[in-house]
Unconditional design. Structure first.
Ligand SMILES: [Zn+2]
Length: 131
């Protein structure tokens, strides 16, 4: 291999090994296990990730709180039968609950904190409250 093409070859190999910064995509110089080109980029990247997960938790908590409010308002007596439509009309979100309880008779109650609901036949739900 001629000298200049060997240098070129080595440069290409080196380029392939180069890693780019997760934040700014600049080529990272130095250790190959580095993920960021600078402290600035590492901080900027980590802040964004943290804000993202904080938003997720806050939004989920808000939706759970909304679900809890709906169950509390509909379940005046502590044991109330309601339709699915009624829950949906109140924007109840069936995907969000805090725990599940299955009885020995295989009835599954879904809980949002201490407010629970048991799916019944014909799109009815029994709302219950834990003491
Ligand atoms: Zn960077």
């Amino acid at each position: 291999m001629a000298l200049h093409s060997r240098t070129l070859y080595l440069n290409i190999l080196k380029k392939m090994e180069d890693k780019t910064c997760l934040e700014c995509n600049e080529i990272i110089k130095g250790r190959s296990d580095k993920k960021f080109c600078s402290d600035y980029c590492r901080n900027a990247y980590n802040n964004k990730v943290n804000i993202g997960s904080k938003n997720l938790i806050r939004n989920t908590n808000n939706r759970l709180r909304k679900n809890y409010k709906i169950l509390t308002e509909l379940n005046v007596s502590g044991k109330t039968k309601v339709t699915r439509i009624k829950l949906l009309n109140n924007n109840f979100d069936f995907n969000l609950f805090t725990s599940i309880y299955t009885t020995k008779t295989k009835n599954t109650y879904f809980y949002v904190y201490d407010q629970g609901y048991l799916p019944l036949e014909n799109d009815y739900f029994l709302l219950v409250k834990n003491d």
